[in-house]
Design a protein around this ligand. Structure first.
Ligand code: HEM
Length: 475
């Protein structure tokens, strides 16, 4: 009881304040309530000013206490930090002063003991083994597979168009989840969406439970109580592990000499349980984030027709009307890249990054005790008018044109520094290929049935789907 008071007083003496806390839960239940209430109301009319809906606690407390404020998760202090210099210093740290925050046993289930959750030596060793699978040269060699998977999706869209008249509605959020699942299955595990379908579906169920667990205080031993949620957690965990084990056994042999993720793990003679944990990580991280990036990008282009036309003109200039993009084209797709970056700024799939301080430190003039979690709300930094100007909530890909740089700590959708997203090249390549091919074949607008409701469910996604109206282009 005494330590939190001492820490609070320590920060107050430096001018850092925050919301009153509950002795046991800190501010966790307030955060849950604020998020719950925010999710009741969609954003009408559609606007990209979304921080109040996605991180309502940040919005409310930063207005009251300033951008640097202190709040509590149980008895753990969290310091909100949004100035780009401090963010850069924290994320680029290589001395072990700021480390990843571990998952509690309930949220760990989604990623297992995979790379996302590993720390220290173990992390460094695993990262070194897995990195080559995702370097740019390797990813480029996968472009034909990504294009084929996209092409199959678009062929299905054309069939839908023929069934319905000239224009048809589609929830692209669902479509892109299947696309991203197919890509990660094929290039990481030599498998397919169909083969891994059950695992993806179970992980989606798990995501809802994990999302609740992340926002709650974990009481040691709680997971062993036979509550309905715990029983469901256990069932999901076992079923996912069993399905992955079967999938690894079925595909392992053919991957042995391949340079894909499964092949590398097998050639490193990793324990089967470790391989299962990494598969959980990559199945989830490889699908969820990229699918959401593509979803938001299409929604933005449906809303901003002038950029849709500019992007299509660029694709036609570089690839023509029918040729499938190849890896050499990708560097030339400048407008597409700008659009994807602006999408990652406004609708960053990973909405925040946390780090734990392992010693007493000074950050931007502030004395911070060891054991403090530094909370860096990416989504708020990306929408900050002091960083991006008065039009911070407007969609303007021009911000990312070649002649304009940006502060590393002001735009970090993939993180920065040693633990930067290992799948960044894959995500960007996949999104560029898919977006270019969609633009070649379809025009699209927002459907009247679309409800703008960005929501945080582990990653940032549209609460009620992403319905757009598509029309095949006849050249
Ligand atoms: C738009 C797509 C994506 C976004 C926005 C994204 C974002 C992030 C962020 C913010 C981090 C944390 C960085 C940190 O804590 O320093 C991360 C880590 C990670 N991401 Fe991604 N990611 C995306 C796609 C992917 C894909 C496609 C994969 C897998 C193929 C992937 C696998 C991972 C892994 C394994 C880590 C942990 C890296 C480590 O700790 O060494 N991500 N990602």
């Amino acid at each position: 009881l005494w330590i939190p008071y001492r820490i609070q007083a320590h920060f107050a003496a430096q001018g850092i304040h925050g919301p009153a806390r509950n002795l046991l839960s800190g501010n966790a239940s307030q955060i849950r309530d604020l998020i719950g209430r925010a999710q009741l109301n969609p954003i009408r009319p559609i606007s990209h000013d979304i921080v109040h809906r996605v991180a309502p606690h940040y919005e409310r407390w930063s207005e009251r206490y300033g951008k640097r404020f202190l709040y509590w998760f149980g008895s753990g202090p969290r310091l909100a930090v949004t100035d780009p210099d401090s963010i850069k210093e924290v994320l680029m740290d290589q001395t072990g002063t700021f480390v990843k925050v571990g998952f509690n046993p309930l949220s760990k289930q989604l990623f297992g003991e995979g790379l996302v959750g590993l720390k220290g030596e173990e992390w460094a060793k695993r990262r070194k083994i897995l990195s080559p699978v995702f370097n740019m040269e390797r990813i480029k060699s996968w472009v034909p597979e990504i294009a084929t998977i996209t092409s199959n999706m678009l062929d299905k869209w054309e069939v839908l168009q023929r069934k319905k008249s000239s224009e048809f509605e589609l929830d692209v959020h669902k479509e892109f989840h299947i696309l991203a699942a197919d890509v990660i299955s094929q290039i990481a595990f030599g498998s397919s969406y169909e083969e891994g379908k059950r695992i993806f579906q179970l992980q989606e169920e798990q995501m809802v439970l994990v999302s609740l667990a992340i926002r709650s205080i974990y009481i040691p031993g709680f997971r062993f109580l036979p509550t309905p949620k715990n029983q469901k957690r256990r069932r999901l965990k076992m079923e996912i592990s069993d399905s992955l084990r079967k999938l690894i056994q079925a595909n392992g042999k053919k991957c042995e000499n391949s340079k894909n993720l499964l092949g590398i793990m097998i050639s490193e003679k990793m324990e089967i349980e470790t391989v299962i944990d990494e598969c959980k990580t990559f199945y989830f991280a490889g699908k969820e984030t990229t699918a959401n990036l593509l979803t938001w990008a299409i929604l933005l282009l449906a809303l901003h027709q002038e950029w849709q036309s500019k992007a299509r003109d660029e694709v036609i200039t570089i690839c023509g009307k029918h040729r499938i993009p190849n890896s050499d084209d990708l560097n030339d797709l400048k407008i597409i890249t700008m659009i994807l970056k602006e999408t990652l700024r406004l609708y960053s799939p990973a909405v925040m990054i946390n780090r734990l301080t392992t010693r007493n430190i000074k950050l931007s003039g502030l004395d911070i005790p060891s054991g403090t979690i530094i909370y860096m709300p990416t989504i708020a930094v990306h929408h900050d008018t002091q960083v991006w100007g008065n039009d911070a909530n407007e969609f303007n890909p021009e911000r990312f044109s070649a002649n304009k740089g940006h502060h590393l700590g002001a735009f970090y959708p993939f993180g920065i520094g040693p633990t930067i997203c290992i799948g960044q090249n894959l995500a960007m390549t996949e999104a560029k290929v898919a977006l270019a091919m969609i633009l070649q074949r379809f025009e699209f607008t927002i459907s009247p049935s679309y409800v703008h409701a960005p929501m945080l469910l582990v990653t940032l996604q549209p609460q009620h789907g992403a319905q757009i109206l598509l029309r095949k282009i006849v050249y």
